[in-house]
Design a protein around this ligand. Structure first.
Ligand code: AMP
Length: 266
């Protein structure tokens, strides 16, 4: 596996090949969910590029940024084992050579005012800046992302429509623990007991009302809930509970860790 820390070296290599490129952007602390994206990319493209970059501009909470798990050595090992071809793990300076003020802004419309957008101000602008820059550097034919971050997929679709990247987005299903808990790098910050209780997020999707879902989470020991919402799968506008087609999206805290998940009802 080729390893690069600068865009310059990465691009030198990529320009020397004519292979079709599949790109998987991540923030590291890799788990089976990330690796499933690499596998999808391998099935679709001749060359798979993965990036590992904990992007400061998408964190609205400084302590979440500081506590974000970092496991580079293990990540490189896992990427090698799964057959990733190229990994790019830049320093902040390489992505933001002119600093992090005066960054471009993207017209995301209502998408950045609801759900994650509402509870994490600036988050999706940060996501767009970094994805835009990474796409510029890698120039992939396919961008492979996880449906676990449902709203992020919608935002990146919008980014692709706003920009001239010639790239298709593939959204892959959420990989879960046996308990149903969606795999997430942030799960590493939970102790065993919290991790067990956290599967209430998944079990809650079967609730017959929003209030029931909320109660289940509080009974399981969740500290607080940012939102539980039933939305139109395309526009993310609110819909009556479980009025198909819909997606139920949730964000809640357990042990001080913010977890998100979603389920589609087609
Ligand atoms: P992150 O490292 O959290 O920024 O995630 C990098 C990519 O992996 C994003 O496209 C996520 O949606 C995706 N991802 C994260 N967790 C999962 C999961 N459990 N199943 C599938 N994809 C995931």
């Amino acid at each position: 596996m080729k390893q690069y820390q600068t865009q310059k070296e990465l691009q030198e290599y990529l320009q020397s090949t004519s292979k079709s490129i599949g790109f998987v952007p991540t923030m590291g602390a890799l788990h089976e969910g990330h690796l499933s994206l690499i596998q999808t990319a391998k099935g679709q493209c001749e060359l798979v590029v993965c990036s590992i970059f904990v992007n400061p501009t998408q964190f609205n909470d400084p302590s979440d940024f500081e506590k974000y798990p970092k496991t580079l050595e293990e990540d490189l090992q896992k990427l090698t084992e799964v057959g990733c071809d190229v990994v790019y793990f830049p320093e902040v300076q390489d992505i933001y050579p002119d600093g992090m003020d005066n960054l471009p802004s993207y017209d995301l419309g209502n998408l950045e005012r609801v759900l994650e957008g509402k509870f994490r101000p600036g988050h999706f602008q940060g996501v767009c800046v970094v994805v835009d820059r990474l796409l510029q550097a890698v120039q992939p034919g396919y961008l492979i992302m996880g449906q676990k971050d449902y709203q992020q997929v919608a935002v990146v679709e919008r980014l692709l429509a706003l920009t001239s990247h010639n790239c298709k987005l593939i959204a892959c299903p959420t990989v879960r623990e046996n308990s149903g808990l969606a795999m997430s790098s942030r799960n590493m910050r939970l102790n065993e007991e919290q991790r067990e209780k956290a599967c209430a997020i998944f079990k809650g999707f079967e609730s017959s009302t929003q209030e029931e879902y909320q109660q289940r989470l509080l009974d399981a020991g969740f500290d607080s809930i940012d939102y539980i919402a039933c939305c139109d799968p395309n526009t993310l506008e609110l819909k009556p509970w479980k009025a198909k087609p819909c997606v139920i999206l949730i964000a809640a805290f357990i042990g001080g860790v913010r977890l998100i998940d979603n389920q589609i009802f087609a």
